[in-house]
Write a protein that binds this ligand. Structure first.
Ligand code: ADP
Ligand code: MG
Length: 459
């Protein structure tokens, strides 16, 4: 919406917000927000001084802001936060700050001319992406694609668990292609694609839908596993894919699991998705986690000592989104209380996350350890190439439990045992079969599962 309307709308929302939250909190988080004009009718653009505010507001105050707008009957607005880098980093009240819009609107123009899809988060760039062993392959493949879209690897298929940086990486590809002026980009999620398709069907606007998705140079489609079981969307996507591919346009997809594990995906799509390059992203190791936290600290101009960063990196091991969330929580606490952050305070602040992490710490290695202990073999036997029966069987049991009790994909479990996904699949089947006839084995599995603190009954 245009500037004047945006300011009025925001002023109304603020009226509600002043009464809904304490003055302290209002001054700190809401008072710094400024509404600016943009060229999208259904959108309210709010600027904040830095990315820290953006993250914090998006995570904690967005529902309340929505509610405030809803009270003025404006609940259908899209709210977009942007960082106004020209603002001073300190918490200067909004009224005393000059309104600077130049920077932001200039940036948006560049994106608008070539990005026909959803908005790209300006912080999701290659520069902000920390590379480590867990993601270096996916990162390199992405760079290669950006260098030569449609020619390097087509399609590029990136899979891995949630919060590991898939969206960040493909949005970085989008921004890099736009920056280099290498063509029209469309970033979308599979869910949006599906909804737009259904809407186009209902409103007899398939033509426009197809023009949008077929006349682009780079299609970035996030969370493609959402296609599972959606017959007619799969059909449409099949034709979208073919049209782009035949015209040597680049397709990049992300998924929370490997192609082979997306349920009810048409065979012809499975094979197409595997034509190019499939690469997996895993959770960052400790060094990379520390590097990510450092980068984030610098970027958001947060003041936190190194030992706090180490504490967070050591305890948050499963997900980079949680890692960032923990950093923000710690930083916010430190800045509100203005006390030095002790390890005890951190332990208390992050207790929920740490507890969850300890549960998910039931990772592949945890399972290997417990199974090895149970059968009285060495942990190293789990990954060794030897196959005597007294080792091979416990190894199969461990694979079975990994498959049953964790979200890891077959290839990633295989990897952790120095085997491939077929071996894991075989182990899982054969232990499952044996359990049907062998009551002793059923008991063993049950007691292992109890030791691991997980499921209570074998399936
Ligand atoms: P996914 O799409 O895999 O669920 P995201 O791309 O949304 O994960 O990443 C979650 C958060 O972690 C984002 O804020 C992202 O910027 C950050 N992140 C993930 N990987 C990295 C990395 N290698 N370097 C810096 N930030 C990262
Ligand atoms: Mg994502």
């Amino acid at each position: 919406m245009e500037a004047k309307q945006a300011k009025q709308t925001w002023a109304k929302a603020c009226e509600y917000l002043t009464s809904a939250i304490s003055t302290d909190v209002y001054n700190r988080w809401i008072g710094v927000i400024e509404a600016i004009g943009d060229d999208r009718p259904g959108q309210l653009t709010l600027t904040v001084p830095n990315g820290f505010y953006q993250d914090w507001l998006e995570e904690h105050y967005l529902p309340m802001i929505r509610k405030a707008l809803g009270i003025s009957r404006l609940e259908n607005l899209t709210i977009v936060f942007t960082v106004d880098n020209s603002r001073p980093p300190a918490e200067v009240p909004a009224a005393t700050r000059p309104a600077v819009e130049k920077d932001v609107s200039a940036k948006r123009k560049v994106l608008k001319t070539c990005n026909v899809g959803g908005a790209l988060n300006p912080r999701h760039t290659f520069d902000n992406f920390v590379v480590g062993p867990s993601n270096s392959f996916a990162h390199a493949a992405s760079l290669a694609v950006v260098e030569a879209p449609g020619r390097a690897y087509n399609p590029l298929f990136v899979h891995g668990g949630t919060g590991l940086g898939k969206t960040h990486l493909i949005q970085a590809m989008g921004q890099a292609v736009l920056e280099r002026g290498k063509g029209t980009v469309c970033y979308t999620t599979c869910e949006t694609f599906t909804n737009e398709f259904i809407q186009a069907l209902q409103q007899h606007e398939l033509g426009a839908f197809r023009r949008k998705y077929r006349h682009i140079d780079l299609l970035l489609i996030d969370d493609i596993h959402f296609l599972a079981g959606k017959e007619s969307t799969q059909e449409e996507f099949f034709h979208t894919f073919n049209s782009l591919y035949e015209n040597q346009k680049q397709i990049v997809m992300t998924s929370d699991r490997p192609v082979s594990e997306i349920a009810n995906l048409q065979k012809r799509l499975v094979s197409r998705f595997e034509w190019g390059l499939c690469t997996e992203m895993e959770m960052a190791d400790l060094e990379t986690r520390v590097a990510i936290l450092r980068r984030k600290r610098e970027q958001l101009r947060i003041q936190l000592p190194d030992d706090a960063l180490f504490f967070i990196a050591e305890h948050v091991r499963s997900n980079i989104r949680k890692l960032e969330g923990s950093l923000l929580r710690a930083a916010s606490y430190a800045s509100l209380t203005r006390k030095p952050l002790t390890i005890e305070a951190l332990e208390y602040l992050l207790r929920d996350t740490i507890e969850q992490e300890n549960q998910t710490a039931l990772t592949i290695e945890g399972i290997q350890r417990v199974v090895a202990e149970y059968y009285d073999i060495r942990l190293g036997d789990m990954t060794s190439k030897q196959r005597p029966q007294n080792i091979a069987f416990p190894r199969q049991v461990a694979m079975y439990l990994c498959r049953e009790m964790t979200d890891h994909s077959l290839p990633s479990i295989g990897n952790s045992f120095g085997r491939n996904h077929a071996t894991v699949l075989h182990a899982h089947r054969s232990v499952g079969m044996k359990m049907k006839t062998d009551a002793g084995l059923r008991q063993t599995i049950l007691s292992l599962q109890q030791r691991l603190g997980g499921v209570t009954a074998p399936s």
